[in-house]
Design a protein around this ligand. Structure first.
Ligand code: FES
Ligand code: FES
Length: 947
């Protein structure tokens, strides 16, 4: 029954009517206070943090019946406003505490609770406070948040002023290569940024809510779907099944490689014949409220005939496994890498050979904002979907035919996004929204809870790598052989083709191998589908070769740093795909690391005890700057009547700072106009407003977008330029009938070449990003638990655009790498449906001591000499950590994550004088040499090449 209450909210007495069973978070949001976000909904993330009578609480976990009458509640809206910021809010802005920003209100309110009781905390006390209050962040790596609290506390104590904190415009008015804050930070620190669920709360029209009926098994034949009981539930408008879908009901998985045996159309919007993975959608309920839709969804009865579920790639490629997608072999693609001489004889005669088999896990993205979206027909009759897509223009291509509409009648818009990192590459949520909107001819919205987010979004594909390296007497690498399998789960989702290329190219990256032979394979299974994830493909490949590099160094008796220095990419060397590189920063990055590495080893030696063993590990990391060969990107610059400039572009923000990147690049490109940053208006991520930008993937957004911006800016400025060198105003342009709108374009055609399908040799990316990670760990020998004490990253992205954004990317990516190394996994889709179950790293899991240093080698083709950066920090920090564990304990981790149990088992075996045996070679469906020979005998003859 509704309850009337008197509460003091943000200093104002309010009379409210509430449902006692409702959470305080939802009650506040119903009042319009949507600065309080709901992430996990189960008390694990702190996005919903408010102060209740001065105490920090997680409001999603507090029912209204447990909120006393007359309570004083403070939400983010009560702290400060855009024109009167609280010191914490300003400090968050200038320290880069805001990336996606979904955690920001909760953190700031939590920090207020701390400073109210302890105005002079130490960094450790700040960290303990956030740990205690379960404030979680997936983007920032936490360090900037602690920096922000420390400075805000100093303001609170009168030791600093707000002015001291504020960003100062450089004297030359140049914001490229500065710490300029991101433009959206102000809205995010004040709780005024509306994310998808906030937008859905505030619609001017009534959207019907959708709830999906999910399969609770991983592989089955669908016998029947009975919706009769659900149809009678209160508030239900319709229960939609596969029969109602107006189109083909098959999403285009964008398989284009001629070596791919699938047509890529396996995935349904609503499954009609089979269940391929846990969580597949069997029906969708539309109702007036979310609660009504969910209650009715529970009443849909589904009869299934369960089939054997192949929950990993090894099981799926076994000879007796049935075809998961009938007509397509489970191993749906395999290809060869052929570089240099035959490797078999080289291995037979090499003085040094190391080998191993390595397995990486199904790393979950663990974003704090679950999937959310909205679909409606806009004022021009376009079927419009608002969501978190990171490839807006792909949605019509992948989905329009499936839902039954012409692609040009589809409009895709991004809401502000509470993190994605790759999990929004799949267009399934958009497909459900669009299909239901079309069927019902009414606006619809959909919001996952965290369990649905967990079991129904894609994950990093798991991998199995058998690799061996050969070196000569001088410790120079002579050859590599690899045989790998990616398990891409149930569906392609647009990412299976590119993944296999990444496996080929990143295996061994950073090290020069003159001769390479290998087979790369990719299969489906009944586990969660593989999708994009930051550093897509490289953490799997580098997990093998950056451990083998250490093993080889040890075998030869060389320091691992020196071994890498000797064998890295010096001028004249080539990558595994046979291409040369435009720049060679790795030797310098190693040189810079040398004194730090030796100091770290000395520290480890001094601080190691029998109980806590210290170790140091290294790993090279590399990534692309474009999606593939022949990449393309387009933007628009338009001069506005008030002589400001609008940038229209589709740079999707996954939490990485697209707004900051777009602003610094546009400002630099337009610098001759002398505009202030606030005179550049960013209009982003709406397919009705801007041309094709391409995916936010492969660290391409900065590189490709920046080049397009330079082109667009040059066109606009050329049109504006008068004979005397000054620039026309908008009025003058109009008077002279000169266009004010220009499309800037960028392409890598001409300076990239696709990999050949038969050899995987080619140069698909015009430039790369480079890094060297160093991890320092302490391993508890009683429990096997590893603590990362310090991470150091030396990296090169060319001249940096937004320093704040790049630092933020590095901190956040490094934290995700620590999770990958030690805790993160998605094993059981029925069980692993919370942040904690999937190993989310909280602040005490991430060191406060993270050191970043950059060289800024100019890229000849890059915008202002730069490349992107976002993928690099997650390429191989995890390998540096497992190398450090080995250095500390002698225990080598072949299969992630390095759980305390695994490490302890190794320690115990060594203590008993035992020898740790490496895992046996994975059987990947056939012998590597035989398969290589087969592929050579059966080349792709289409003449097409991987793009
Ligand atoms: S702790 Fe409340 S939403 Fe996560
Ligand atoms: S900024 Fe913290 S979760 Fe994105």
């Amino acid at each position: 029954m509704p309850r009337k209450m008197l509460l003091n909210i943000n200093g104002v007495d309010k009379l409210i009517v509430t449902d006692p069973e409702e959470s305080l978070a939802n009650a506040l949001r119903a009042l319009g206070l949507t600065g309080t976000k709901v992430g996990c909904g189960t008390g694990q993330c702190g996005t919903c943090t408010v102060l209740l009578d001065g105490k920090v609480i997680r409001s999603c976990a507090r029912k209204m019946k447990n909120v006393p009458e007359f309570s004083k509640i403070v939400t983010i809206e009560g702290l400060g406003s855009p024109t009167n910021l609280h010191p914490l809010q300003l400090s968050w802005i200038v320290h880069g505490g805001v990336q996606c920003g979904i955690c920001t209100p909760g953190f700031i309110v939590s920090a207020k609770g701390l400073l109210d009781t302890n105005p002079n905390p130490t960094r450790e006390e700040v960290r303990e406070w956030f740990q205690k209050n379960r404030n979680a962040c997936r983007c920032t790596g936490y360090k900037p948040l602690v920096d922000a609290v420390m400075d805000a506390a100093a303001v609170g104590r009168g030791e600093k002023s707000m002015d001291d904190l504020a960003f100062k415009m450089p004297a030359d008015q140049r914001i490229y290569n500065s710490d300029v804050p991101k433009p959206t930070a102000l809205a995010k620190v004040t709780g005024l940024c509306d994310y998808g669920d906030d937008i859905n709360h505030k619609l001017p029209f009534k959207a019907w809510h959708l709830a999906e009926v999910h399969a609770r098994v991983s592989h089955a034949r669908i016998l029947s779907v009975d919706t009769s009981e659900a149809e009678k539930m209160p508030g239900v408008v319709k229960v939609i099944t596969a029969r109602d879908i107006k189109g083909t009901n098959r999403i285009n998985g964008m398989c284009s490689y001629p070596t791919n045996k699938s047509d890529g159309f396996e995935r349904c919007i609503i499954n009609d014949e089979k269940v391929y993975q846990y969580g597949d959608v069997l029906a969708v309920v539309a109702a007036h409220t979310e609660k009504e839709a969910r209650a009715a969804a529970d009443k849909v009865k589904v009869a299934l005939e369960e089939l054997p579920a192949y929950m990993n790639g090894l099981a799926a490629v076994a000879e007796d496994a049935m075809e998961i997608h009938p007509g397509t072999p489970n191993m749906f693609c395999d290809m060869a890498c052929i570089k240099g001489e035959e490797t078999k004889p080289l291995f037979e005669t090499a003085p040094y050979v190391v080998e191993g088999s390595f397995h990486t896990t199904r790393q979950p993205h663990l974003v704090l904002e679950p999937m959310v979206g909205l679909a409606y027909f806009d004022e021009e009759g376009r079927l419009t979907v608002q969501s978190k897509s990171q490839f807006l223009h792909a949605v019509p291509l992948m989905v329009a035919e499936a839902v039954g509409i012409a692609p040009d009648k589809v409009r895709v818009i991004d809401n502000p996004v509470g993190g994605s990192f790759g999990c929004t590459m799949s267009p399934h949520l958009e497909a459900v929204l669009m299909a239901c909107c079309l069927i019902l001819d009414h606006p619809v919205c959909l919001h996952f809870d965290y369990a649905e987010q967990s079991f129904f979004t894609g994950k990093r594909a798991t991998s199995y790598f058998n690799v061996r390296l050969a070196a000569d007497e001088q410790g120079k690498l002579t050859a590599m052989e690899y045989d790998f399998l990616f398990d891409h789960g149930a569906y392609h989702d647009g990412t299976s083709d590119p993944l296999i290329e990444k496996g080929f190219r990143w295996c061994g990256a950073g090290l020069y191998f003159p001769n390479v032979r290998g087979v790369g394979r990719i299969c489906c299974s009944n586990h969660a589908f593989g999708t994009a994830f930051r550093a897509f493909g490289s953490p799997q490949a580098l997990f093998a070769t950056e451990q083998l590099a250490d093993m080889m160094a040890e075998k030869i008796g060389i320091d691992p740093l020196e071994f890498r220095y000797r064998n890295t990419y010096w001028p004249g060397t080539t990558m595994t795909s046979g291409c040369t590189m435009d720049v060679h920063p790795l030797p310098k990055l190693v040189e810079m690391m040398r004194p730090k590495y030796h100091a770290a080893l000395e520290r480890a030696g001094k601080e190691s005890t029998p109980e806590k063993k210290r170790g140091v590990g290294l790993a090279f990391g590399m990534y692309d700057s474009t999606f593939s060969a022949n990449d393309f990107c387009e933007i628009i610059f338009e001069l506005n009547p008030d002589n400001t400039v609008t940038l229209l572009c589709g740079w999707h923000d996954m939490g990485q700072g697209a707004d900051a990147g777009a602003l610094v690049l546009a400002h630099e490109a337009l610098r001759p106009l002398g505009l202030k940053p606030e005179q550049i208006r960013l209009v982003m991520n709406d397919t009705a407003l801007h041309p094709f930008y391409g995916a936010a993937a492969g660290s391409r957004s900065h590189y490709m977008g920046g080049k397009a911006m330079i082109d667009g800016a040059n066109q606009l400025m050329a049109a504006m330029r008068k004979p005397d060198g000054t620039f026309r105003t908008h009025e003058e342009m109009a008077r002279e009938n000169i266009p004010v709108r220009y499309n800037g374009k960028a392409t890598t055609v001409g300076y990239s070449s696709p990999c050949d399908f038969n050899t995987m040799q080619g140069n698909p990316n015009p430039t790369q990003t480079y890094g060297l990670f160093m991890a320092e760990v302490a391993v508890d020998t009683k429990t096997g638990k590893t603590k990362v004490v310090k991470m150091t990253l030396h990296a090169d992205f060319g001249p940096i655009g937004s320093k704040l954004a790049v630092d933020g990317q590095m901190y956040g990516g490094i934290a995700q790498g620590i999770g990958l190394a030690l805790t993160e996994d998605f094993v059981d889709p029925a069980r692993d449906v919370t942040l904690r179950a999937q190993g989310f790293p909280y602040i005490m899991d991430i060191p406060d001591d993270i050191e970043l240093e950059y060289t800024e080698t100019v890229r000849p083709t890059g915008p202002f000499g730069s490349s992107g950066c976002a993928e690099l920090p997650l390429t191989s920090g995890h390998v540096a950590i497992v190398n450090a564990i080995y250095n500390a304990t002698g225990v080598r981790i072949y299969e992630l994550p390095a759980t305390p149990e695994k490490v302890l088992k190794g320690i115990k075996a060594l203590e008993k004088g035992g020898k740790l045996l490496p895992p046996p070679k994975y059987y990947l469906g056939s012998d590597m040499y035989e398969r290589l020979e087969y592929l050579r005998q059966h080349p792709v003859v289409s003449g097409e090449e991987a793009s």
